[in-house]
Design a protein around this ligand. Structure first.
Ligand code: PAF
Length: 286
């Protein structure tokens, strides 16, 4: 496995792969790889001839006072994991390489980026869309792999790919969970032992929402309340949102009709750690 840090080398490698008729899969990450990332790399390796795992903690998607500085980083560990999971290349550029002085262009995908995460983290999805567009240009993938864990991010990237006619297939793979249901995330390392124990209530809250819908609840506020009640059991928690929304556009009708695809979205701060999670379901017919 090769480690590439410069844009010119990355583009040359991608062009060469394409000239040889190879399919390229890309797995964009911010590093500190866990089993969720591995599931993406493994799938990419199974489906593509060559796999690029990108590792870049993107300053553009962090707001003032967020955890950019303390975001966990361990390149040696990451390259070992990326190699074992089947990467052909790790692309790990510096910030100066990605954003040289004078850099000014950003991508704004419109309303889908303004709700939920977008409302609590203004500018976050502009940073995500911009860096992902750059990573796509540099790695020239046929297929790009993302985790459902970042559900709204997946919608933002789908919108960008569609609107800008990017010739890339997106694969969204299921969230990988710890035994107690906590979604794997690089940020889980911030949690103390006690916080880690209660963090599984996010999963329980989502399940409570899913159960309510399965039992016939269609009223959005009632579904939200079911999730909220579980999250309220977490000491030291601040709920940014616990919300049911339409899966495609993240709209919030008073009631979901039978057959509707619904996503349950959570963002909860436990102490200074902000966790997000989600689950998808379909409203049953009577
Ligand atoms: O999901 C992430 O890790 C990041 O948002 C991404 C897609 C790598 C862009 O920096």
């Amino acid at each position: 496995m090769q480690v590439i840090t410069t844009i010119s080398e990355m583009q040359q490698w991608s062009q060469q792969q394409r000239r040889m008729g190879k399919t390229i899969g890309v797995v964009p990450t911010m590093g500190y790889l866990h089993d969720g990332h591995c599931s993406l790399i493994e799938r990419a390796a199974a489906e593509c001839d060559a796999v690029v795992t990108t590792i870049f903690v993107n300053p553009l998607q962090f707001g003032q006072g967020e955890d950019f500085e303390r975001y966990p980083r361990d390149m040696e560990r990451d390259t070992t994991i990326a190699r074992a999971a089947g990467s052909s290349v790790v692309f790990a550029p510096t910030t100066a390489e990605m954003y040289p002085s004078g850099f000014a262009t950003t991508i704004d995908v419109g309303p889908i980026a303004e709700r939920f995460e977008g409302a609590f983290r203004p500018g976050h999805f502009r940073g995500v869309a911009t860096v992902v567009a750059k990573l796509f240009n540099l790695t020239q993938p046929h297929v790009a792999y993302f985790g459902q864990k970042d559900y709204q991010q997946c919608l933002v990237i789908s919108q960008m790919v569609r609107d800008l006619n990017m010739d890339i297939t997106l694969r969204i793979l299921p969230t990988v969970r710890e035994q107690d249901g906590l979604a794997m995330s690089s940020r889980n390392v911030y949690l103390s032992a006690e916080q880690r124990r209660t963090a599984s209530l996010l999963y329980r809250a989502l399940q409570a929402g899913i159960d309510a819908i399965a039992r016939g609840e269609r009223r959005r506020q009632h579904i939200n309340k079911r999730m909220q009640e579980i999250l309220d059991q977490i000491p030291d928690a601040r709920i940014d949102y616990a919300a049911a929304a339409t899966a495609e556009r993240l709209e919030e009708p008073d009631e979901f009709p039978p057959g509707a695809s619904v996503v349950l979205l959570l963002a909860v701060r436990i102490g200074s750690t902000r966790l997000i999670d989600n689950m998808l379901t379909t409203v049953p017919y009577d």
